[in-house]
Design a protein around this ligand. Sequence first.
Ligand code: ATP
Ligand code: MG
Length: 137
Amino acid sequence: VERTLSIIKPDATKRNLTGKIVAKFEDAGLRVVASKRIHLTQAQAGKFYAVHSERPFFGELTEFMASGPVVVQVLEGEGAIAKNREVMGATNPADAAAGTIRAEFAESVGENSVHGSDSPEAAAEEIAFFFSGLELV
Ligand code: ATP
Ligand code: MG
């Protein structure tokens, strides 16, 4: 079965939405197999989002990701990467389909409540960024 990396972003932890978001994952058939709450520094957020370092919103993005605690999780299930992206909804909540996490909870295109890996390569890299082998069973 496939695994993917999910982050519940600071806007969502701040509003105490972690449980409601995890329920969306579980309702979609995804299983939480690793989970922890951490507070990234802006430098760590920049390392994680290095692919976006040339984008105009990079500073805003890394500042936001370091603005409060996040919950990083490994989700497992059949087609977990695509399934997670589906339940997250479009990046901009204005474009997100009804019932998706971003449609229900996101505040803006930047403060959009969740991150999810977008490919098998990214999933492997992002899971290893946050979790050691010992934490993955
Ligand atoms: P993520 O990678 O967080 O799962 P995504 O794959 O839907 O989201 P990306 O294009 O990879 O979207 O952008 C990464 C993140 O950067 C977005 O989730 C959002 O928080 C932020 N972002 C994207 N576009 C903008 C923008 N125009 N203005 C501000 N922030 C943005
Ligand atoms: Mg992305």
